[in-house]
Design a protein around this ligand. Structure first.
Ligand code: ZN
Length: 287
């Protein structure tokens, strides 16, 4: 199932992408399903099952072109991010793969949806970089989960653009400021449920800036795989329904290129992951 949050102009609604249209779950369920994805995920398997019934019994009531898609989840309790998690990304930096996952965070206030502008003040940062990432969205509360059961706690997958202000990231003692500027966490376009993604470690992943493909890899390059990450993380802290884990980026980012490439006003970035669609955001400098 491809779950979406969307708007027709006022307020967010919950929907399913089906046959190139959108089933408005808020309307189809007569208010029995919440309009908010976080509340929907908190309701667990019963809500998912109800949504599945509508997917098979209700024709789409809206064309995709009629709706504005929003970030599939806008208000998770946290976005957990993993650094240096692709073999090819370690090779391009000539660093050894880490012995343990490198964990940082992006604040949820950085989340934006498909089509929304990535904005920054050029007086604050002049090194805005792109990072294509596969993001995991949790479906159940997870604490001390084993690797073997980890994927049972996942609701689905989406695309995360881990936009990074490299000058802030590398001049600070840690990464959170450079990773959490407002608008620096585009998510979407869909939350694709796990049944549609039988192997999250075999997906083509690509980042295109304007017309140029700058990252082109596969999630098979991941060093620490999703079950390991969930087990590792939940030994330390609880993951709640709706929490996002963004799993690291492959090689090709701008800062390690010669010459370096940074995003500039008017650029358009598209991230594509096999089976998860495309996430496109324009860039806008703001003075
Ligand atoms: Zn990243």
């Amino acid at each position: 199932m491809k779950l979406v949050r969307f708007t027709l102009g006022e307020g967010a609604r919950l929907g399913i992408i089906h046959e190139n249209g959108v089933i408005d779950l808020t309307r189809a369920s007569d208010g029995h399903l919440p309009a908010d994805m976080l509340t929907f995920l908190q309701q667990g398997e019963a809500a998912l099952e109800l949504a599945r019934q509508f997917e098979h019994s209700t024709p789409p009531d809206l064309a995709l072109s009629e709706v504005k898609l929003l970030a599939p989840i806008a208000n998770p309790s946290k976005v957990v991010a993993i650094g240096l998690n692709y073999m090819d990304h370690c090779r391009e930096q000539k660093v050894e793969p880490p012995k343990a996952p490198l964990i940082f965070s992006k604040f949820s206030t950085a989340i934006i949806g498909p089509g929304e502008a990535i904005r920054w003040d050029p007086a604050l940062t002049s090194q805005v970089d792109f990072e294509a990432e596969l993001a995991v969205v949790m479906g159940r509360t997870a604490r001390n989960v084993t690797e073997a059961e980890a994927l049972d706690y996942v609701a689905g997958y989406t695309i995360c653009h881990d936009v990074s202000a490299r000058d802030l990231q590398f001049s600070d003692g840690q990464w959170i400021r450079g990773k959490s500027l407002d608008t620096f966490c585009p998510l979407g376009p869909y939350l694709v449920t796990t049944d549609e993604v039988p192997d999250p470690h075999a997906l083509a992943i690509r980042c295109t800036v304007n017309e140029t493909v700058l990252q082109n890899s596969n999630t098979s390059e991941m060093i620490f795989r999703i079950p390991y990450l969930i087990a590792y993380i939940t030994r330390a802290f609880t993951l709640l329904p709706g929490d996002v884990i963004t799993t690291g980026t492959p090689d090709g980012v701008g800062v390690f290129r010669k010459p370096k490439i940074f995003l500039k006003d008017g650029d358009v970035v598209t991230i594509e992951i096999e089976g998860l669609g495309q996430l496109t955001n324009p860039c806008q400098e703001e003075r």
